[in-house]
Ligand binder design. Structure first.
Ligand code: NDP
Ligand SMILES: N[C@@H](CC=O)C(=O)O
Ligand code: NA
Length: 369
């Protein structure tokens, strides 16, 4: 019989909640011993690390006496708790927190594997990227982050397989943001006219759980830049930082300096309608050319160049015809020649993102067991 594996989960927002629901339905789930949000941590008592936290019913269980409740713990305290568990441990980070992501090397050196949709660890300064993978081999721990690009779509695994099997990836291009795909597909659809205002569609994307916790991280292009940074690094380019190349921002200059606090986000959303005209002009300029505008990215591996921004497309092109929050990612490689390997489907949303996280966890469990 395989030994129990101990699981810590941080973040219970849109993705975290969907992940916990999927975890609760697994036939042989790991022991959930730590569950944290920004203000609260729920722990199985030491030294037994038992009872486990019920993944599907943690809110009710948190009111009972059998679990320990603490305020927020530091990443180092979480790592210490998980490292002292009586078996291998895995941390699932369902936040977008940069401090936690910066502490992945600490977890990995202690032998704690990481599964996460959080882009920050893999797309910040390249020194953190290097430290993460060095720490993983030092601690014989695993790092899986499929949902950092294209949510649950098999983008990272596909690219890693291409590289590991010796194919030469020459170019990666497409639509990498579920939010921006939804915004343009709704605001400037092909085949029908839309009267929706830009700010209304942004509010809808936020409501549907497609945006980053601060929607400006989508609108300023940084979320796409982070995804391209991750893919470029896997393809072999040493991208120093996610802002190492030009990025087109869709944030009105007047709103760029509002702070990224919850009040700041509210203020941004309530002032966005004042600037709807700017996006209408971008949409109408494409219409005058008989085209539609979309937000795309590309990596030219041979030339070492990354591009992120708006582009006009023919109405019968694959990118113009995307629906909902769909991403489309084309891999041009030596083996695939002129016909790229294409991955397409929903690129944002709690359930599809959690699918990538849960599938990664299953891969880690299969290796650790
Ligand atoms: N939504 C999507 O479609 C996709 C999301 N992702 C990534 O998934 C991650 C989560 O996104 P999403 O669920 O939408 O975000 P949410 O804002 O819905 O949830 C974030 C969660 O993280 C918690 N949190 C934030 N900071 C900390 C911290 N320092 N310590 C403990 N908990 C913290 C929040 O706590 P509290 O509950 O107390 O506020 C909240 O529970 C992000 O990295 C995002 O980029 C990736 C692909 C797609
Ligand atoms: N906000 C992101 C979520 C997935 O990474 C997006 O819209 O693509
Ligand atoms: Na993915």
């Amino acid at each position: 019989m395989s030994k129990p594996i101990y699981l810590g989960v941080v973040g219970v927002g849109g993705v975290g909640t969907a992940f916990l629901n999927q975890l609760a339905r697994l036939p042989n789930p790991p022991q959930l011993v730590l569950l944290a949000r920004s203000s609260l941590t729920l722990l199985s008592p030491t030294p037994s690390y038992s009872p486990a936290i019920p993944a599907g019913d943690w809110k009710t269980a948190s009111a009972g006496a059998s679990l320990t409740t603490r305020p927020a713990l530091s990443p180092e305290e979480i790592a210490e708790y998980l490292a002292a568990a009586p078996g291998r441990a895995v941390l699932v980070d369902n936040t977008s927190d940069v401090t936690l992501a910066s502490a992945y090397p600490t977890f990995l050196r202690k032998g704690i594997s990481i599964v996460t949709p959080n882009k920050k660890g893999f797309s910040s300064d390249i020194s953190l990227w290097r430290e993460i993978f060095a720490a993983a081999s030092e601690g014989r721990a695993l790092v899986y982050h499929e949902s950092t690009v294209g949510a649950g779509l098999p983008v990272i695994s596909t690219l890693r397989d291409l590289v590991a099997t010796g194919d030469r990836v020459t170019r990666i291009e497409g639509v990498f943001s579920g939010t921006l795909s939804f915004l343009f597909n709704t605001f400037a659809p092909v085949g029908s006219s839309s009267t929706a205002k830009w700010s209304e569609v942004v509010a809808q994307a936020k409501e549907l759980g497609y945006t980053e916790p601060d929607p400006r991280d989508d609108l300023n292009g940084m979320d796409v830049a982070r995804k391209l940074t991750i893919l470029a690094r896997i393809a072999g380019l040493e991208v120093a930082r996610p802002d190492a190349f030009p990025i087109k921002s869709l944030i009105p200059a007047e709103l760029a300096d509002i702070p990224s606090t919850s009040e700041g986000i509210q203020q941004f959303m309530s002032r966005l309608p004042e600037f709807d005209g700017q996006m209408t002009e971008i949409k109408e300029s494409a219409e005058r050319a008989g085209k539609v505008v979309r937000y795309v990215g590309s990596i030219d591996v041979a030339a070492g160049k990354v591009n992120v921004g708006l582009q006009q497309f023919d109405k019968d092109s694959a990118i113009a015809g995307l629906k909902g929050s769909d991403n489309i990612i084309s891999f041009y490689t030596e083996r695939y020649g002129a016909n790229p390997l294409i991955v397409q489907g929903a690129g944002a949303g709690g359930d599809v993102t959690a699918m990538g996280v849960t599938a990664d966890l299953l891969k880690v469990l299969a290796i650790l067991n």
